[in-house]
Design a binder for this molecule. Structure first.
Ligand code: NDP
Ligand code: 5RP
Length: 503
């Protein structure tokens, strides 16, 4: 093999890169890897001894051993490292070679790199990869976007290594420019939401229902055999019962309750805010990770504010379990609905021309958010061209109706005992807001017009209106904000803090 050229190259032989490359080799392709760390190169050579795999130490040797056009994937930490790897490669690549960024890069960086590499004659793909270590090794879900001809060239390899659902590979060309990384970012936003919903269900079962870890593990296993069937429910069941060898304690009970984040969830929320798409369940999950990081504040506050716990929960045992299952299912549907809606709007905003059915299809296997539910989502989008929000489709209408009261009850139970349920509550509130024909935002419009002359529209007349709400208002030319200061001293007083509030 050493004298032959290799079909596929990987830069970065960490958790994802090494496993992805071994997966490529499993499928009979010649697989070549390199890493800044010699130990990772040696480990690949050791692990790939019996396979068509080789690790080399320099980029020069790496590039010289790849067949043309070279097909190189980078799985290195996102950010400046990606740019430095690109700069190192450029002088030794040839026109038409293909570079794939498989990491979790920000879509703006991907657009910049795509344009830059085009000027250098390099065909660039920003390809989200999901599935963690095991997925990369056995079959991930892959979301490539960018140069279409590059996709056609790497397609046979990516379709072979990707996960399969009923023989269908979990990879498709997502679209132009940064669309692949945008879709992966939203995948991760949904991932944040589902994980937090599961964490809240665990907390409620434990603190409201008094269930122990082994009982919860059995329950999650049971749920995984029903409509909640998904990778994240499956691993939650496994985590709940896990004990280290020789230990009586569940490992979960001694893990610090501060969740880290690398950025993709936050970027999803930021982009949704920019475009104006509501994704409160994903936002709440990002916020809960941020709150979790303030452990010391939480410790201090827990001593200051105590919650009176009612003696007997209204729901317990099987009744509670059944209601939590409904709440979780409801939360899952709302979370996917928010992510898909964001993709639908972003597709227009960024001109990505996304195929939402295709995206749901390649998320059914290999990735972290894979779930039985995704087949229903795929079918809902497949049947309706232009569908943006799936909440009102016949596929989900009955289930959401059926689960709604259970979510309200579970949130109530959690509130009664001071157990935070930000994601579950946000899912319920999202549903309530979207099914409200009339929202109280008429008052917000009136307030905006009152203090800032921002105008409003009316239900009973066409046009844009402004009212002089307070004839006593002092208008200072060119400074509308000043006119917002109430002139009535009694009104101003209301804004003073109530006496005795401090301390
Ligand atoms: N872990 C996961 O579950 C998933 C990760 N991702 C994304 O994939 C990317 C890689 O993640 P992951 O494999 O977990 O990260 P790791 O840190 O495990 O691996 C990255 C590897 O790249 C090496 N590296 C760093 N700089 C260079 C360089 N200049 N040239 C060559 N190699 C270099 C690192 O070496 P050293 O350690 O010595 O710095 C390390 O071996 C990230 O963008 C991540 O967000 C995507 C999906 C899932
Ligand atoms: O992309 C992934 C899975 O799909 C990664 O595991 C992701 O990096 C996890 O994100 P975070 O560290 O922010 O929880």
């Amino acid at each position: 093999m050493d004298q032959q050229l290799y079909d596929f190259g990987m830069i970065g032989l960490g958790v994802m890169g090494r496993n992805f490359l071994l997966n490529v080799a499993d499928d009979g392709f010649g697989a070549l890897g390199t890493d800044i760390d010699q130990e990772s190169v040696d480990a690949l050579n050791e692990e790939g001894k019996e396979m068509r795999v080789k690790g080399v130490s320099t980029q020069k040797e790496f590039v010289s051993l790849l067949s043309r056009p070279r097909k190189i994937m980078m799985l290195v930490p996102a950010g400046k490292i990606v740019d430095s790897v690109i700069e190192g490669l450029l002088p030794i690549l040839d026109e038409g070679d293909i570079l794939i960024d498989g990491g979790n890069s920000h879509y703006d960086d991907t657009d910049r790199r795509y344009e830059y590499l085009k000027t250098k004659g390099i065909r660039f793909l920003g390809a989200g990869v999901s599935g963690g270590a095991k997925g990369a090794r056995l079959g991930p879900s892959i979301m490539p976007g960018g140069d279409r001809s590059a996709w056609e060239d790497v397609r046979p390899i990516l379709e072979t290594v990707a996960a399969k659902v009923n023989g269908d590979p979990c990879v498709t060309y997502i679209g132009e420019k940064s669309s692949g990384h945008y879709v992966k970012m939203v995948h991760n936003g949904i991932e944040y939401g589902l994980m937090q919903l599961l964490a809240e269900a665990y907390d409620i079962l434990k603190r409201v229902g008094g269930m122990d870890n082994d009982q919860m593990s059995e329950l999650f296993t049971r749920w995984n055999n029903g409509r909640l069937n998904s990778y994240l429910v499956e691993i939650t069941a496994a985590i709940l019962k896990f004990r280290e060898e020789g230990s009586e304690t569940h490992l979960l009970d001694v893990i610090l309750d501060k969740a880290k984040q690398k950025g993709t969830g936050k970027w999803t929320s930021q982009s949704a805010m920019d475009i104006g798409v509501p994704i409160p369940t994903i936002d709440s999950a990002v916020t809960m990770r941020a709150i979790s990081a303030f452990k010391e504040y939480r410790q201090d506050n827990s001593k200051l504010y105590t919650v009176v716990h009612p003696d007997e929960p209204l729901l317990k045992g099987e009744g509670l379990a059944e209601a939590v299952e409904k709440a979780l299912y409801f939360g899952f549907v709302c979370c996917y609905a928010q992510g898909m809606h964001l993709l639908a709007e972003a597709s227009e905003e960024m001109d990505y021309k996304l195929d939402l059915e295709g995206i749901a299809r390649i998320w059914r296997g290999g990735c972290i958010i894979r779930a039985e539910l995704l087949e229903t989502i795929r079918s809902a989008y497949g049947k309706r061209e232009g569908l943006k929000n799936m909440m009102a489709t016949i596929e989900f209408r009955e289930d959401l109706h059926d689960c709604r009261d259970a979510v309200a009850e579970i949130v109530h139970q959690a509130n009664e005992r001071g157990v935070p349920s930000m994601c579950l509550s946000s899912a319920l509130q999202y549903f309530e807001a979207f099914r409200s024909e009339r929202l109280p935002l008429n008052l917000v419009q009136a307030q905006r017009d009152y203090f800032g002359s921002h105008t409003y529209e009316r239900l009973d007349e066409k046009g844009t209106f402004h009212t002089t709400w307070d004839p006593k208002k002092i208008h200072k030319a060119g400074d509308e904000t000043d006119s917002a200061i109430p002139t009535d001293p009694n009104e101003a007083k209301v804004m003073d803090p109530p006496s005795g509030a401090e301390g």
